[in-house]
Design a protein around this ligand. Structure first.
Ligand SMILES: Nc1nc2c(c(=O)[nH]1)N[C@H]1C(S)=C(S)[C@@H](COP(=O)(O)OP(=O)(O)OC[C@H]3O[C@@H](n4cnc5c(=O)[nH]c(N)nc54)[C@H](O)[C@@H]3O)O[C@H]1N2
Ligand SMILES: Nc1nc2c(c(=O)[nH]1)N[C@H]1C(S)=C(S)[C@@H](COP(=O)(O)OP(=O)(O)OC[C@H]3O[C@@H](n4cnc5c(=O)[nH]c(N)nc54)[C@H](O)[C@@H]3O)O[C@H]1N2
Ligand code: SF4
Ligand SMILES: [Mo]
Length: 766
């Protein structure tokens, strides 16, 4: 019955233009406009009283953790305004008073809703009750929690193998929820645990594990304050980690210098007015980047190699440029690296990276005399075919300078989602960790699966090839976040059941398996109470500190449940109360989850007590200069090859980036204030000379096309925006451009989709 039924849903939604206007890109980030923008969003979505109450508790010691990015809080938060414009927007978006339930879906079919834009879908507000889209139907309807759990349990039981189920996690979850979820997947029998990290910092994790023995960064917030040089490579902190600018400002006040490596001169790095300081409202602001290196897209390796070659030459003279004592004691691979560097001509490297000789010389001068160096990076380095190599090359620089494992120096992969790092720490991973498996067997009393599971691209493929039939998501918007949107849509539609544990409506709720469930859950800001007791959760920030969070707002509905509640109840019902783990008890009392985490997860200890207040740091071997887990017991210098693009004559290199008004696939608004674009997302940033060569006018309409393995993919309807970007390079926003990225184009080793270096052509629309 209904086996041939396929819903007529739109995968892309409306591709119509809105009403664009352009201005010059803004010179300064934050300041008074930032504050006004934040409050405008909050008041509109939440009302004045709810907004002020919530904003005052965000990132405070006994408040809740900002649901947006993973930037850490300072140890001594100011008592007011410990947030930024985009944190406030994230809060307003989550704590909105708009809501939808079964009546809304009775009125609007998934087919009708799918014709809207992602921006419009998000605006409907919070989902307030569990909903089911039954096979053969195009309308979600209400379902009881009990029936929803039973439906999932029954589908899971009916699978031929546990590997026919996939459990995806987005990084907004808590340690407690992620731990339960990961352990349930293992108890069920699969390591199919893709997570948003696979599309994000997986390249960092792989590169750092190989070279330094831990897949996380090594610096603490205070390290930035006292660094002599902070390199910010492939990251746009003004938009994506705004409070990082306060840390960079402090670094500069202490005499430090900031180097930005980015094809774009991003606003926050040009100048910043700290809204938390009086002078931020009225003064001229702090110029952040002392040197901006406008590298061509994915030419960071040639640039770093050039810097290294020049430093090697200087070091040959007096042996003080590199830290030879550190290299001798802690580092392996020095001779091989130096030998490899000899292969390259400086002139070639310079030409490839596209940076001027003067700027390279200024950078070398700064690096020569500095020993306390921090490298910060984000998606501009990770989302390339050679994403892992990019990061290893920057690690080479740090190791040669001895800028690892000492104060004010080290690695700083700036994490995206507020708890993406914690999710991984507590066991969300598709690969097998033997030591963890042993502890699970010992303490939880079951044998976890020993085969590697699927990551994000593996999940897309498994569903597409009908090897996986049930897809459960703890948050996120898989369809729009993953590459190759049309392929991913087909993959999802082949599933028997797709389940979304979510706060707000997105396209993954509309392009679904035969049966689909939405299980609505609390946002971070909402009060989680059980039997009159207020419950707290924990998160781990980008610098490895675990801290408690408790919501304070009245939940949007009394029919929604916390993430741990949902997972614990599902596990309890699936095992019919007969499993070695007492899932029900953990769902009821989060202290029991924390106790279990403390026993099973290495590094967590006395979490209940130590996560209070400013929280506690998880162990980090790099901080101790302990490389005993690596070959020869040493940190590894690596030989990395130059990227090989093989662009056709008519092809450009496209990077897909975030606007100032979005959080990943959640679109808050249609502006990108800092880049001077208003009321339109379908824009393509292009160099003026390239525009002239293609005879393209400002705001002319084009399609963007990619061709890999003979398959053409097109993103329709983009308006050309002339922009200061290297020639041959283009930029456009994600997720609209994900249709261009083939499912099988990803980074070596980390399998992160190549979201920042897509080969494309630009075709005028007739
Ligand atoms: N407000 C807001 N905050 C966010 C998010 C959000 O969407 N909105 N998302 C969160 C998440 S999950 C993440 S992962 C982070 C993402 O944070 P970012 O990585 O800062 O985000 P992107 O917009 O992808 O920006 C990538 C930057 O890298 C540059 N870049 C692109 N290609 C290259 C290259 O080849 N080399 C170099 N050197 N630079 C390059 C781009 O010009 C851009 O400035 O932010 C987190 N915080
Ligand atoms: N082309 C291109 N693609 C990219 C990227 C890129 O730079 N370019 N970036 C990649 C990166 S870095 C990432 S991290 C991924 C992001 O991938 P995801 O994490 O899958 O996507 P999000 O947009 O963050 O997920 C938003 C949805 O999460 C749900 N949600 C929000 N808060 C909560 C909560 O507290 N609990 C639960 N259960 N649900 C919640 C809401 O329903 C919301 O619609 O996208 C990747 N995709
Ligand atoms: S920097 Fe990130 S975590 Fe901090 S307030 Fe802003 S969005 Fe939230
Ligand atoms: Mo991310």
């Amino acid at each position: 019955m209904n086996s041939g039924f396929k819903r007529n849903v739109s995968v892309r939604g409306s591709e119509e233009f809105t009403k664009i206007s352009l201005s010059e890109p803004q010179q300064q980030a934050a300041g008074l406009t930032g504050v006004k923008e934040a409050l405008r969003h909050s008041f509109k979505e939440m009302g004045v009283v709810r907004s002020m109450r919530a904003l005052l508790e965000m990132n405070q010691e006994d408040g809740f953790d900002c649901p947006s990015c993973a930037w850490p809080n300072p140890e001594n938060p100011s008592k007011v305004a410990e947030y930024c414009e985009n944190g406030a927007k994230a809060l307003a978006d989550e704590a909105t008073t708009s809501k939808i339930g079964h009546a809304f879906f009775q009125k609007y079919s998934v087919e009708a809703l799918s014709g809207l834009t992602d921006y419009q879908l998000n605006q409907f507000g919070r989902i307030i009750e569990p909903l089911v889209l039954r096979a053969g139907s195009v309308h979600y309807e209400a379902i009881s929690w009990k029936e929803a759990y039973d439906l999932i349990a029954e589908e899971l039981r009916g699978l031929a193998s546990p590997n026919e189920a996939i459990f995806y996690t987005s990084g907004r979850s808590s340690n407690e929820a992620a731990y339960l979820y990961g352990m349930f997947a293992r108890a069920f029998g699969t390591n199919n645990m893709p997570d948003c990290s696979n599309m994000c910092h997986e390249s960092s994790g792989v590169a750092l594990s190989e070279t330094l023995g831990i897949g996380k960064g090594s610096v603490k917030l205070e390290d930035l304050y006292g660094a002599e040089v902070v390199i910010v490579a492939g990251q746009n902190p003004g938009t994506n980690h705004p409070r990082m600018l306060s840390a960079l400002e402090k670094c500069k006040e202490n005499g430090g210098k900031v180097i930005s490596i980015n094809p774009l001169e991003e606003t926050g790095l040009v100048s910043f007015k700290n809204p938390q300081k009086i002078k931020g409202f009225v003064g001229t602001g702090t110029g952040i980047a002392d040197i901006h290196l406008p590298v061509r897209i994915n030419e960071d390796i040639p640039l770093v190699k050039l810097l290294l070659k020049k430093l090697v030459r200087l070091d040959a003279v007096d042996k003080t440029v590199f830290d030879h004592e550190f290299i001798k004691n802690y580092v392996s691979g020095y001779d091989e690296l130096l030998k490899d560097l000899e292969k390259y001509e400086e002139a070639d490297l310079l030409q490839r990276c596209g940076v001027t000789e003067e700027k390279v010389a200024a950078t070398v001068a700064l690096l020569t005399r500095s020993t306390k160096i921090v490298v910060c990076w984000a998606m501009g380095l990770t989302q390339h075919k050679n994403g892992v190599a990019n990061i290893r090359e920057f690690v080479n620089l740090l190791l040669l300078k001895g800028a690892i494992g000492k104060p004010h120096a080290g690695t700083c992969p700036v994490r995206g989602h507020s708890n993406v790092q914690g999710d991984r720490s507590v066991g969300i991973m598709h690969f097998v960790n033997t030591a963890l498996n042993e502890r699970i067997e010992k303490h939880l009393g079951f044998v976890p699966p020993k085969d590697e599971g699927v990551d994000t691209v593996g999940a897309m493929r498994a569903m597409y090839e009908e090897k996986a039939k049930v897809f459960v998501c703890l948050g996120g918007n898989f369809l729009m976040a993953a590459s190759d949107t049309e392929y991913t849509a087909e993959a999802l539609q082949k599933c028997k059941l797709t389940v979304q544990i979510s706060t707000k409506l997105n396209r993954t709720h509309l392009v679904t398996g035969k049966t689909a469930l939405i299980l609505p859950t609390f946002g971070r800001s909402e009060k989680d109470q059980k039997a009159g007791k207020l419950r707290r959760l924990t998160m781990e920030d980008s610098m490895g500190r675990v801290r408690q969070s408790r919501g304070l707002l009245k939940p949007i509905s009394d029919k929604i449940k916390s993430e741990p509640d949902i997972i614990a109840e599902l596990a309890h019902r699936f095992f019919k109360g007969t499993h070695s783990v007492n899932w029900k008890a953990m769902g009821e009392d989060y202290e029991k989850i924390r106790e279990s985490i403390d026993t099973v997860i290495k590094g967590f200890k006395d979490t209940a007590a130590r996560s209070k207040g400013v929280g506690y740091y998880l162990p980090n071997n790099v901080r101790e200069r302990d490389f005993s887990m690596l070959p020869n017991g040493k940190a590894q210098l690596t030989v990395n090859h130059l990227p090989n693009h093989e662009l056709r004559e008519d092809e450009f290199m496209l990077m897909t980036i975030r606007s100032h008004d979005q959080f990943n696939t959640t679109i808050y608004g249609l502006h990108d204030r800092y880049r001077g674009v208003f009321n339109e997302r379908r824009v393509l940033f292009m160099n003026k000379t390239d525009m002239e060569q293609l005879s393209l006018e400002k705001l002319e309409v084009v399609d963007i096309c990619s061709e890999y393995d003979g398959v053409k993919r097109t993103a329709n309807n983009f308006k050309i925006v002339p922009y200061e970007i290297p020639r041959g390079n283009l930029a456009a926003y994600f997720p609209e451009t994900n249709v261009l990225i083939p499912y099988n184009q990803y980074a070596d080793k980390s399998k992160t989709p190549i979201s920042k270096s897509i080969k494309v052509t630009v075709v005028k629309r007739s």
